[in-house]
Design a protein around this ligand. Structure first.
Ligand SMILES: *Cc1c(COP(=O)(O)O)cnc(C)c1O
Length: 476
């Protein structure tokens, strides 16, 4: 399998080449040259596998430049008992809420959000590739919560990688802060910036624009456009279909389609679902859910993609979906238009601030199965309340956006899977508001909050950040 750039300016490269490289040299995103088909017979052969075995098979269709036995060792380490319970991804029926509704538990990992599933794979695959190439990597990132902590937990103690993670001082939840700052590994550097999240991002950008600093200190990123994260996310769509059909008689299975609802922000999670569907996993519709920041809902219902400025981005109670520009959407639009039309039309986005693809609107639904909806704070609270009273289960505000939009589109008794993107305990404040009373913290949260915390606090200024990196970066 080879990867090319959406913008057409990169020689075809292997998985391990694009794994470390963020944006392609031409500013585009790496996409697979073709989509590997998976037959129903193949799906049946995968049915009895453990999650890590399945991950090696599915990721292996893309990572053809990693020998199969090495890949199996990487996924066994990523999804082993040190990081995940068994099963790694539990699937629960929620028929009490609505007949056919199911919840796919993607948040069982160390930071209680679905980002662990992809990041734990990178935490094994990146050190493996670095070691093979005799390289090191200093990951520099900014986080408002979920991504940074998933990255730190994935790379803690790993050889050849250090993490420098900027976070806005005093602006994360207690749980998010404790998940990050309680880590005490020498290769993990928590840096609290006296500023807001945008200040953190601007500092990261400033250092990335200094090409010589970047090269000298082998600075890189593991953001949501990373192809390894996308490949690892395809696995749970396959897994969820297999588990949803486990109870069926064999002859009923192969025609059994499901709808999947995905709480979305950067279009990373659902893009993996789209690849799974394109590969042949029997997914009928992909139900895209946004919160009040509905850039994606707008695109899939009008055909117009109009990224927004910071001033237009709202701070909501499902904060990990507060995005104004969906960084992975370029990959989908490339496939929608094909390389030639993409090259002609993509520049409209830069020139006019919006890309009008209304002439392809029908295909979004008929060919690609997308429907979309957005959810409000009140919807979120209602969904948390409904699932709790009907099924005695707590869901987090992001998952509640997924449930809200799923219920809006759901056909009675049609199997409809909602991706659970975080645990309720991580966003206790909104859950408390929804239920009218505080839930007791689970014991692992109480323990986490009591641990000593490790963080360097700096002014909102490049100089102290450069000094910290110069003093602590790894060198080959
Ligand atoms: C990151 C995140 C999302 C959005 O996922 P995308 O891949 O950016 O679309 C949704 N929910 C939670 C809890 C997240 O952390």
């Amino acid at each position: 399998m080879r990867f090319i750039s959406t913008r057409g300016g990169m020689a075809p490269a292997g998985f391990t080449d694009v794994l470390l490289s963020g944006l392609a040299p031409d500013g585009g995103l790496a996409v697979p040259e073709s989509i590997p088909p998976v037959s129903r017979a193949q799906l049946e052969q995968w049915r009895s596998m453990t999650y890590s075995e399945l991950a090696a098979e599915v990721i292996g269709l893309y990572a053809t430049d990693i020998p199969a036995e090495d890949l199996s060792a990487l996924t066994a380490a990523a999804y082993g008992p040190e990081h995940f319970p068994d099963p790694v991804v539990p699937v629960h029926r929620l028929d009490e809420v609505a007949g056919g509704l199911e919840l796919v538990g993607l948040s069982e990992g160390p930071t209680m959000a679905f980002k662990d599933l992809a990041m734990q794979f990178l935490g094994q695959a990146i050190p493996y590739v670095l070691n093979r190439n005799g390289q090191v990597l200093n990951i520099l990132g900014a986080t408002s919560g979920d991504t940074g902590s998933a990255a730190e937990h994935a790379f803690r103690g790993q050889k050849g990688v250090a993490v420098f993670m900027l976070s806005p001082q005093g602006r994360m939840s207690d749980v998010q802060r404790a998940q990050m700052y309680s880590l005490d590994e020498p290769n993990i550097h928590n840096i609290a910036v006296d500023g807001v999240f945008d200040d953190c991002q601007n500092l990261v950008k400033a250092l990335n624009n200094d090409a010589s600093f970047k090269a000298t200190h082998a600075i890189g990123a593991v953001n949501s456009i990373n192809i390894g994260r996308i490949a690892a996310q395809i696995v749970y769509y396959v897994w969820a279909w297999l588990r949803s059909t486990d109870a069926l008689e064999e002859e009923l299975r192969s025609d059994y389609e499901v709808d999947v609802a995905v709480p979305s922000g950067n279009f990373g999670n659902i893009y993996a679902g789209h690849l799974a569907r394109s590969m042949g996993v029997p997914i009928r519709r992909l139900i895209l859910a946004t919160n009040e920041n509905n850039v994606l809902e707008e695109f899939f219902s009008t055909g117009v993609y109009r990224p927004r400025g910071r001033a237009e981005t709202l701070a909501t109670s499902s904060p990990s979906m507060d995005i104004s520009k969906a960084s992975n959407l370029e990959r989908f639009i490339w496939q929608l238009l094909g390389p030639e039309e993409f090259t002609q039309r993509w520049p409209e986005l830069e020139a006019e601030g919006a890309l009008d693809l209304a002439d392809h609107l029908d295909r979004l639904n008929t060919e690609f199965g997308f429907v979309s909806g957005s959810s409000s704070h009140a919807d979120r609270l209602a969904a948390i309340g409904r699932v709790h009273s009907a099924a005695d289960r707590l869901i987090d505000p992001h998952t509640a956006d997924g449930v809200t939009v799923a219920l809006r589109f759901m056909e009675p008794d049609f199997p409809t899977l909602v991706m659970e993107t975080a645990k309720a305990a991580k966003f206790g404040e909104t859950v408390t508001e929804a239920l009218g009373r505080a839930q007791p913290d689970p014991p692992e949260i109480t323990k986490l909050l009591a641990l000593p915390q490790h963080v360097d606090t700096i002014a909102n200024d490049e100089a102290p950040l450069r000094a910290l990196i110069e003093a602590n970066a790894l060198h080959a």
